[in-house]
Design a protein around this ligand. Structure first.
Ligand SMILES: [Zn+2]
Ligand SMILES: [Zn+2]
Length: 279
């Protein structure tokens, strides 16, 4: 089905539209062979809180951005190559329902759909794209993924020493290996995590110890994974909003997955959303 759309005019028009919605803040998205598979609003768990983000699923990349005007303008574009993505379903937990984790080598995060059906559709479409890509390229799925960061709000004290209270001055930091929220003294070590960065990154003392031990073992057995570079890190969560202060959910935008293509085995009635664009 995706293959049938590759050279279609409708597909080219849709991709053009996505590109224009990001304006100059986005990358060119039209490349040969790329198909827009679906789009919709998902609630993304960010460092500080859950936020509505517009997601676009292409057959080779997942793109998301901040919503400036409902379905008209987006910025802060992020592009995730699907080849390196692994999904993991999340159990419902209080307000956090219909979620799953999007894991990549450099960044992993949780997203939530409005309904369970949408969650299943998103996951199935994304997984199908990943499968097709890996089959075509003959590559193997990426094994190492970045940790999901524990949201700031879940830790009022350091998760390592369990003593240090966080304040405006006593800032929270995230261990890049396990995702825990830790204080500065408990994360004063850096370690090279080559899948995430060419520079050594902040890790908690527990992870530093276990990484160091693992390295000693692996270098004894002849393997080596050593640093190429050494310098600082970026502690910011780069898709934090600057212009919206309260928690947003997909309800605010009343949107959901808009599937632009259906697998030939899916009957139209199995899609629950009303905003399907047929191809
Ligand atoms: Zn601490
Ligand atoms: Zn850690």
């Amino acid at each position: 089905m995706v293959d049938r759309l590759v050279n279609s005019e409708a597909n080219a028009r849709r991709i053009q539209l996505v590109e224009s919605c990001f304006g100059s803040s986005g990358q060119p998205l039209a490349v040969p062979g790329r198909v827009l598979v679906g789009e919709g609003v998902l609630t993304k768990m960010c460092r500080k809180r859950a936020k509505a983000r517009q997601f676009f699923l292409f057959n080779d990349i997942l793109v998301y951005g901040n919503i400036l005007m409902n379905r008209k303008k987006y910025n802060k574009q992020h592009i995730i190559p699907l080849e390196a993505v692994k999904l993991e379903s999340l159990e419902d937990d209080g307000h956090f329902r219909n979620g799953w984790v999007i894991r990549t080598a450099t960044k992993s995060f949780a997203v939530y759909a409005a309904t369970n059906t949408e969650k299943q559709e998103w996951m199935a479409h994304i997984n199908k794209c990943i499968e097709d890509l890996l089959r075509k390229s003959g590559k193997k799925a990426v094994e190492e993924h970045a940790a999901v960061w524990v949201p700031d709000s879940e830790a009022s004290i350091c998760m390592h020493c369990k003593k240090c209270q966080f304040t405006v001055l006593n800032r929270r930091h995230h261990c890049r290996k396990c995702g825990a929220v830790v204080c500065s003294p408990c994360s004063n070590k850096r370690y090279l995590l080559p899948h995430q960065s060419s520079k050594p990154l902040r890790v908690c003392l527990t992870c530093y110890d276990s990484l160091t031990r693992a390295k000693v073992l692996s270098s004894n057995s002849g393997e080596n994974s050593f640093s190429k570079d050494s310098s600082g890190e970026d502690d910011s969560d780069d898709d934090e909003d600057t212009n919206r202060s309260q928690q947003e959910t997909h309800d605010e935008y009343g949107s959901s997955l808009k599937a632009l293509m259906r697998s030939s085995t899916t009957s139209p009635n199995t899609m629950t959303t009303s905003n399907i664009i047929c191809c």
